[in-house]
Design a protein around this ligand. Sequence first.
Ligand SMILES: Nc1nc2c(ncn2[C@@H]2O[C@H](COP(=O)(O)OP(=O)(O)OP(=O)(O)O)[C@@H](O)[C@H]2O)c(=O)[nH]1
Ligand SMILES: C[C@H](OP(=O)(O)O)C(=O)O
Length: 212
Amino acid sequence: MRVVVPFAAEQPKTRLSSVLSPDERRTFARAMLDDVLAVVHDAGHDPVVLATAPFESDSTGNEILRDTPVVVDDRPLSLAVNSVLSETDVPVAVVMSDLPLATRESLQRLTAVDSEIVIAPGRGGGTNALVVRHADFRVDYHGVSYRDHLHVARDVGASVETVDSFRLATDVDEPTDLVEVLLHSDGDTTQWLVDAGFDLDSTGGRVGVRRD
Ligand SMILES: Nc1nc2c(ncn2[C@@H]2O[C@H](COP(=O)(O)OP(=O)(O)OP(=O)(O)O)[C@@H](O)[C@H]2O)c(=O)[nH]1
Ligand SMILES: C[C@H](OP(=O)(O)O)C(=O)O
């Protein structure tokens, strides 16, 4: 299945500004993208990165991205994704690039459901991963996009199913989300955090992260 992976390349992850510099946010976002692309390939699907800006060719030396087509579209997220949806035969999936806990199994669980619309919601109301098998469905990200996408599915007469997955629900938006990465993932993203000096901090009430 074609899997579109949206990627904000220039100023990603602004909600992590309190713990990461702009340069760090770019390389951290790139590590998450690499993890997601590896999982999409591993699950037997064909990813295409939908990026807001071109990558610096292959000078990164990244093997995974080298095998992955990149479409550059600097329009806002929903417009860019809908442009791809309108040009791509269904089925097509949209999987966000900030899901470092995603695994081959969690992705295969999502794509195995045969409803016309299959949604893996994110914590906090977003839509972390989506399978579209109805040609008229269009996305409307931001805000409570999970609820909005249920309404869009209903309006176009598409059957819809929600997949309850901790791994797909855990997008990395805020510093506390880094706890889940350190605990439940062992890919490039986790290595990036370890190399940057992040560790779990259990000295307070709820477990957080600290940086040495
Ligand atoms: N192509 C494209 N992808 C986007 C855009 N905005 C966000 N994304 C991607 O969509 C997914 C979800 O976005 P967010 O969680 O808001 O990520 P973000 O914009 O990097 O983070 P914040 O600045 O903290 O909102 C991530 O995979 C982003 O890389 C956009 O305008 N265009
Ligand atoms: C793009 C947005 O992501 P969030 O801000 O919820 O992580 C959404 O899923 O609608």
